[in-house]
Design a protein around this ligand. Sequence first.
Ligand SMILES: [Fe+2]
Ligand SMILES: [Fe+2]
Length: 311
Amino acid sequence: MRLAHCSDLHLLSLEGAGVLDFANKRWIGGLNLLTNRGRHHQSEIFEAMIEDLNQQEVDHILVTGDVTNLALEQEFRFARELFGRFSLSPEQITVIPGNHDAYVQKGAKHFGTHFQDFFSSDSAHASNETWPCIRRRGPVSILGLSTSLQTPWFTAYGVVGDEQLERLRTALCAPELEDTLRLVAIHHSPAEPRAHSRIRGLRDREKLYKLLEEVGAELILHGHEHLDLTASLPGATGDVPVRGIQSGTYDAGGGASHKRARYRIYEIADTCEAGKRPTMLGEELRLWDPAGKHFVQEETVRASGSVSASA
Ligand SMILES: [Fe+2]
Ligand SMILES: [Fe+2]
């Protein structure tokens, strides 16, 4: 199975936005857009990513939040239209919310309205009203958390919450998923030192660590930091890899490749021995090339440790 991971699209549409839309926390985000980082997120890059992904024969796409910038309804509508260009259906694409999608309280409602099909749980599992979403896809079970809530001004932290943690525990222990690779998708980085930040970290990370030590998981993918990050957390049957990724729409110019948009494809074995879980076979990184205005293969890593650079 080939599973692509991208994150932090920060798609912006101010079409029809009025002054009243900014009479809340959004004015800070609006200011941020005008002054620095926001200017470097380009929806054209996401359009190129969609075209590229449609050629890569992936089976599933995971997007770990911050689909929008200011949680305006027109941003969700714009994002949803773009997602319609994927050759995969919403059943084959999982989207979880980031803090920007919950920038103001209405954000969660808009996210639900426009992206419900992209996080609906399998009928055998939790109701669609609650997180995590639980989606079994081939050898992988995707357990998608929501850590996003409206936070006070100048903060961007996340919380899993005790009830969601209990539902996650149930899913991680579910007998019907015991032959799957358990992938926990989360917007906020759960690994130190990033998770520690009072401003933008994961407040109840210690509770998540305890759960992982008790019941384990095979892979955690996150966004939020706009950086490729590799870490691990102790799990019940071994360390759990934790991987973050740079934004899918970022290009600050200047050529520095670590500041350029990208996505990664993980290859996972379709079968496994009885009593075991499927393993990771390798991964590929595809990087935005601003000169060619397309994505190119940057690196391929096999589970054996061999690495091949871009063509
Ligand atoms: Fe972000
Ligand atoms: Fe974020």
